[in-house]
Design a protein around this ligand. Structure first.
Ligand code: ADP
Ligand code: MG
Length: 303
């Protein structure tokens, strides 16, 4: 799997060094990022969390070479990023699929642009559809897919060129809580099967702790790094304790650094929710089975 779907590029590390950026607005200049520095070692997962409008998306665009910093620079494997780089795959908050193209056509689009032959493209698209569990939906257009499936297509498209870096901008924020948990677990499995370095923007503390090796917390705008915290929980026990991650020590630290600038539930709300869930129906990832959105045609077609 690995050799064909990914691995076109070697492992890549990201270094963000003293990055500042502002935007011109009608009433002057809006400082958005203030000397942001942190590193994402090769093949690690770093979550970036911070209040709305603190510059998270701006920073991702700078890392992707889509926007220039006013000061500082981003390095991939020690070399400055000066423009879009084929080593980087970008997953936007909204899937941004071409509505007239089916899943295969959307996933293959970057490969067409890159001039891949038809046969090579078809091979790669088939692998990617398998990787994100959408083989049966190769011919479905975006409007025929659920929100979750559209986001999978968009992840597969980001993986099309075999990137060694995956930048994800709140990729699951439009999905409901259970679908989101499932997607997070899938993202980890995907990460295990590929060799990507991941920088993920999220506004969910539990999502950050579930996915990342480290969590970088930004201040309100202009975004500065206020904390860079290791997640000292091994991955196996994260999946088993997904319901309680937001109550642990790391979560408490993140919450303190965010100083209330989060729409995550409070620990008291989480505890109440946890008790409610356990009373009603204990939920574990492995119990979830195939999600309902696997079958967009609903009960009519299945029975
Ligand atoms: P976040 O993703 O953390 O919510 P963004 O990086 O999207 O924040 O935006 C940070 C701030 O910069 C916001 O106030 C936003 O309105 C502003 N901003 C982003 N892009 C532009 C732009 N191209 N021109 C002017 N202002 C922008
Ligand atoms: Mg954003």
């Amino acid at each position: 799997m690995r050799g064909r779907t990914t691995g076109v590029h070697a492992l890549t590390s990201i270094a963000i060094r003293g990055v500042s950026r502002s935007f011109a607005t009608v009433d002057g200049t809006l400082p958005v990022l203030d000397r942001v520095s942190f590193e994402v070692p090769e093949r690690s997962v770093v979550a970036l969390i911070g209040p709305n409008g603190c510059g998270k998306s701006t920073l991702l665009r700078i890392v992707a070479g889509l926007l220039r910093p006013a000061a500082g620079q981003v390095e991939l494997d020690g070399a400055a990023v000066t423009g879009p780089d084929p080593r980087i795959g970008f997953v936007f908050q909204e899937p941004r699929l071409l509505p007239w193209r089916d899943s295969a056509g959307n996933i293959g689009y970057p490969l067409e642009l890159a001039g891949w032959s038809r046969a090579r493209r078809d091979d790669q698209v088939r692998d990617l559809l398998g990787l994100v569990g959408l083989r049966e939906f190769a011919g479905a257009r975006p409007h025929e897919l659920s929100g979750g499936m559209r986001q999978r297509v968009s992840i597969a498209r980001a993986l099309a060129m075999g990137p060694s870096v995956l930048l994800l901008d709140e990729p699951f924020s439009a999905l409901d809580a259970l679908t989101r948990e499932r997607f997070n677990a899938e993202l980890l499995h995907l990460w295990e099967r590929t060799e990507t370095t991941i920088l993920l923007v999220t506004h969910s503390i539990s999502e950050a702790i579930f996915l990342a090796d480290r969590v970088v917390v930004l201040s309100p705008r202009p975004g500065r790094v206020v904390a860079d915290l290791p997640v000292g929980i091994d991955r196996a026990s994260r999946e088993a304790n997904v319901d309680t991650l937001a109550l642990g020590q790391t979560a408490t630290l993140i919450r303190r650094h965010l100083a209330g600038a989060t729409d995550d539930p409070t620990p008291a709300e989480l505890t109440a929710e946890l008790h409610r869930r356990q009373r009603e129906r204990p939920v574990r990832i492995e119990d979830l089975g195939e999600p309902a959105w696997f079958d967009p045609f609903g009960p009519e077609s299945g029975t």
